[in-house]
Ligand binder design. Structure first.
Ligand code: SF4
Length: 65
């Protein structure tokens, strides 16, 4: 199963954990806020693992078929 990630921007504090573990999926803007590199879905388990790196719960996982 695949999932899309979504960043809850107001929740993001720019810790950078997410884009350090998944630089192929996420990047930082000029303020360190996480941005998605692509709208393409990723494996759902990987999406959950990426989301779990965020201490602010700012990464949402939306399953797609
Ligand atoms: S780990 Fe969470 S708070 Fe930190 S940059 Fe990523 S989304 Fe933002």
């Amino acid at each position: 199963m695949l999932a899309k990630l979504e960043i809850d921007v107001p929740m993001c504090q720019g810790h950078g954990r997410c884009y350090e573990v998944a630089p192929d999926v996420l990047d930082a803007d000029e303020n360190g806020i996480a941005v998605l590199k692509s709208d393409e879905p990723v494996d759902v388990e990987r999406a959950r693992a990426i989301a779990a790196t965020c201490p602010e719960f700012a990464i949402l996982v939306k399953e797609v078929r």
